[in-house]
Ligand binder design. Structure first.
Ligand SMILES: Nc1ncnc2c1ncn2[C@@H]1O[C@H](COP(=O)(O)OP(=O)(O)OP(=O)(O)O)[C@@H](O)[C@H]1O
Ligand SMILES: [Mg+2]
Length: 256
């Protein structure tokens, strides 16, 4: 889809689009963001369709986390220009709490599990802040491991279980698009497989997701499309299959 068509869909009546899966559900248009004097996100544009999983890849320091933070409207880096649209809503005009209310949920690398609280308390707290998403019961149905551990202090769980809880907390909120920043980070291969299953489940539920991962092969396996960044810019945008089949691209930007 070209950019013009994407814009027309946004300005037009979204409900009249014949095939809803074809419309750009989430659209990032030439965003530029700064940490103080440091110019980091340098004109990033891409689109994600509803229900699609997009891998955002690139070397260390390429600007992936900074891009996710910009899209979630974190206070840093500061978005200086460009537009971010989610399902017709101008996210670029929002603050972080408004973006969260609009349905953007970022699971950061450090997972932000709240110390001193049980698993269930972490989930309940995710619900009080905004509109409700999944009920606690629905979460326990999908994540039996969390149900078993509902009364355990959350920070005492394994890394994989904590990642599971972080994703579950996002589902407990009113979720329209999920950003996962390195969900497999620091996990043993067997646990990575477990988290992969959860991300597959999320994809099968039709939840639109952007996944940033050092483990590019694992991320690409479950992605429809991929965007590769280098030094704050998009250097490739295409299908996951194109990346896997392009040795040069993999060698130049992904070291795989
Ligand atoms: N708070 C900050 N203040 C200043 N510069 C920052 C800040 N956070 C990140 N940067 C810089 O922005 C650039 C992009 O960093 P970012 O964390 O977005 O990269 P990344 O692609 O997520 O890397 P990694 O794969 O290592 O997580 C880096 O040069 C980094 O040093
Ligand atoms: Mg990062």
């Amino acid at each position: 889809m070209n950019v013009m068509a994407g814009q027309m869909e946004f300005r037009g009546e979204i409900d009249t689009v014949v095939n809803p899966s074809e419309k750009a559900f989430f659209s990032v248009r030439d965003i530029h963001a700064w940490y103080g004097e440091s110019y980091i996100v340098q004109g990033v544009s891409f689109e994600v369709k509803k229900g699609e999983v997009l891998s955002l890849l690139g070397r260390n320091g390429a600007g992936k986390t900074s891009t996710l933070r910009t899209l979630a409207r974190a206070s840093n880096p500061v978005l200086k220009s460009g537009e971010i649209w989610l399902d017709g809503q101008p996210v670029h005009k929002m603050k972080a709490f408004q973006a969260a209310q609009a349905g953007i949920q970022l699971v950061p690398e450090d997972r932000r599990i709240i110390g001193g609280l049980t698993v269930e308390e972490n989930l309940v707290l995710a619900q009080v802040s905004g509109q409700k998403g999944w009920t606690i019961e629905k979460i326990y149905d999908h994540f039996p491991r969390l149900a078993e551990r509902r009364n355990q202090e959350a920070v005492t769980m394994s890394g994989g279980e904590q990642q599971m809880l972080a994703v579950a907390r996002a589902l407990a909120r009113d979720l329209k698009i999920l950003f996962l920043d390195e969900p497999y980070e620091g996990l043993a291969p067997v646990i990575v497989q477990e988290i992969e299953k959860i991300v597959h489940q999320i994809r099968d539920l039709g939840i639109t997701t952007i996944i940033v991962e050092q483990n590019a092969v694992a991320a690409l396996r479950l992605s429809d499309r991929a965007v590769i960044m280098d030094t704050g810019e998009v250097v490739f945008s295409g299908t996951a299959k194109e990346v896997l089949e392009n040795e040069q691209l993999r060698h130049d930007y992904l070291a795989i």
